[in-house]
Design a protein around this ligand. Structure first.
Ligand SMILES: [Zn+2]
Length: 100
């Protein structure tokens, strides 16, 4: 059957990326450490390996790496199977109006 949209399980903020401490479970709406909220998040990006960035959803989080799925890609990379990236390479992009 058709893919059913589910809210993403994880999002990310500006906290320490080397430890993965910036990956936040989807049922929390704000980070207690850096006070970013999920509503401020525009997208989550990782290096594409092709010189650009991919917008992704985080599917699973491990000790040092996370499994991600490309989303909203204009060039069809949404078709890629989920792949692993280092936690430090996962970065948030914020909506323009929240940048100070
Ligand atoms: Zn944070």
């Amino acid at each position: 059957m058709a893919y059913r949209y589910q809210p993403s399980k994880f999002w990310t903020c500006d906290c320490d990326r080397t430890t993965g401490g910036h990956i936040i479970a989807g049922h929390y709406s704000a980070c207690v450490y850096c006070s970013k909220t999920r509503a401020q998040l525009k997208e989550i990006v990782v290096p594409s390996g092709l010189g650009g960035m991919f917008s992704v959803e985080i599917l699973e989080v491990g000790d040092a790496r996370a499994k991600v799925q490309v989303v909203s890609n204009a060039n069809g990379f949404d078709q890629l199977p989920p792949f692993d990236v280092a936690l430090k390479d996962i970065a948030p992009r914020w909506k323009r109006e929240v940048t100070a």
